[in-house]
Design a protein around this ligand. Structure first.
Ligand code: GLN
Length: 401
């Protein structure tokens, strides 16, 4: 029997492809974003205790109450915003499920969703699943700032949702308050919701401050903000995230969430709630912590041939290899994995879900959420590879794969 694919243009995610390739070739994986250092032992103790105490059955659909209360307290102290733990917070399977449930709950067939290009790879396929269409507004390199004139032109009466990502994965930029003001102004008179992916909220550098939609009086009325304990507590494999939105939007989100994952791992939720109670400041130094790692890697790559502007936020750094190779990013990364045993993420997959519609780029993303020792090995391999490539005649610099 033959089925017609609903998502014929959607390939396997670039993170899965690259990590699999890295494992096959025993390469150092600084592609997919995850820390290679342990979580706080106090956190694992609380989760283990929760299991021992019998929190091993279904958690409430909306999330364990103690955790939702801890989240409300965290938002109050971070963004000075009072959030109702019962009606405005939903615990989801990572930030990804929040994004998924929000898009499916809000986007109807024929609706348009505006997003900024490059965009995290999960947005567009879910919009397509909902029957919607993405309208992509470019963030132009090398600064990747939003162009509000072009954004205004992208809005139509069919626009239902705008997806923003701040701090931005993969480009590592951080929006200013003025950007949120501009967004609010441009959608003011239209029935458009905002889905704000803020999973790197605490990973912001150089004294900048994260501007959440939650602290924006106008945007907070129409936004669903997505957060992640995976990023904040160094536990991406636990898949615990949450969505914060006004009661009406939360009600809609929960209609999808309840039939998607229904509820999230009970001991993890209890453990995190207790941990946040014991250490309410646990995430406070994340910016400084990751800035040191960013600087360690960037310093080690100075003069390597890779061009870089230091990330303003997230734990990702873009590396531009146009000075050493004219290869396309996907080919460059494949050769780097094979020849230099180091894996990174090409950027072109963030421009379109459809492989044939992707631009040709000379940029890749590396993850610096790693121990110093890992970053040192990574920098050595990157430098050696860059030197080898730069010595080759241009046309042969990377064989097509
Ligand atoms: N968010 C992670 C990253 O950007 C990837 C998560 C995934 O593999 N789906 O690297």
């Amino acid at each position: 029997m033959q089925f017609e694919s609903k998502l014929a243009d959607i390939p396997t995610t670039i993170f899965t492809v690259v990590s699999r390739r890295a494992r096959e070739l025993n390469a150092l994986d600084i592609g997919q974003g995850y820390p290679d250092f342990p979580i706080d032992s106090l956190l694992s103790e609380h989760v283990t205790a929760a299991m021992r105490e019998g929190h091993n059955q279904y958690a409430p659909m909306t999330g364990v109450l103690e955790l939702r209360r801890a989240i409300a307290a965290k938002i109050e102290s971070t963004y000075k915003k009072s959030i109702d733990a019962d009606t405005e917070i939903t615990v989801t399977c990572g930030g990804t499920e929040s994004l998924h449930s929000a898009i499916l709950a809000l986007v109807r067939s024929g609706d348009e969703v505006v997003l900024f290009d490059p965009a995290y790879d999960s947005y567009e396929p879910v919009v397509n699943l909902a029957g919607g269409r993405c309208v992509r507004v470019p963030l132009s390199p090398p600064q990747f700032r939003p162009d509000w004139e072009r954004f205004a032109m992208a809005l139509t009466p069919r626009t239902r949702l705008v997806i923003i990502n701040n701090p931005h994965n993969p480009v590592g930029t951080v929006w200013a308050r003025a950007d949120l003001d501009e967004l609010a102004r441009l959608i003011r008179d239209q029935p458009v919701a905002v889905l704000s992916d803020e999973v790197y909220e605490h990973v912001v550098f150089d004294g900048q401050q994260h501007e959440s939609v939650l602290s924006h009086p106008e945007l907070s009325q129409r936004s669903l903000a997505v957060f992640s304990f995976g990023k904040t507590l160094h536990a991406t494999g636990w898949r615990v995230g949450y969505c914060v939105a006004p009661a009406g939007l939360t009600r809609e989100l929960r209609k999808v969430h309840q039939f998607c994952t229904f509820s999230i791992s009970a001991p993890m939720q209890h453990g995190i709630a207790r941990y946040l109670e014991a250490k309410p400041e646990a995430w406070r130094n994340l910016g400084t912590f990751y800035q040191q790692k960013r600087d360690y890697l960037c310093d080690a790559l100075e003069g390597s041939g890779f061009l870089l502007r230091r990330a303003q936020g997230t734990y990702f750094q873009l590396l531009d290899f146009s000075a050493i190779s004219d290869a396309a990013d996907v080919d460059f990364v494949e050769r780097m994995i094979t020849d230099a045993r180091i894996a990174a993420i090409p950027i072109s997959p963030f421009y379109s879900a459809k492989e044939t519609a992707r631009p040709r780029l000379s940029v890749m993303r590396v993850c610096f959420a790693k121990r110093e020792q890992t970053l040192q090995v990574a920098a050595e391999r990157l430098r050696e590879f860059a030197a080898r490539i730069a010595d080759e005649p241009p046309s042969t610099s990377v064989a097509a794969t």
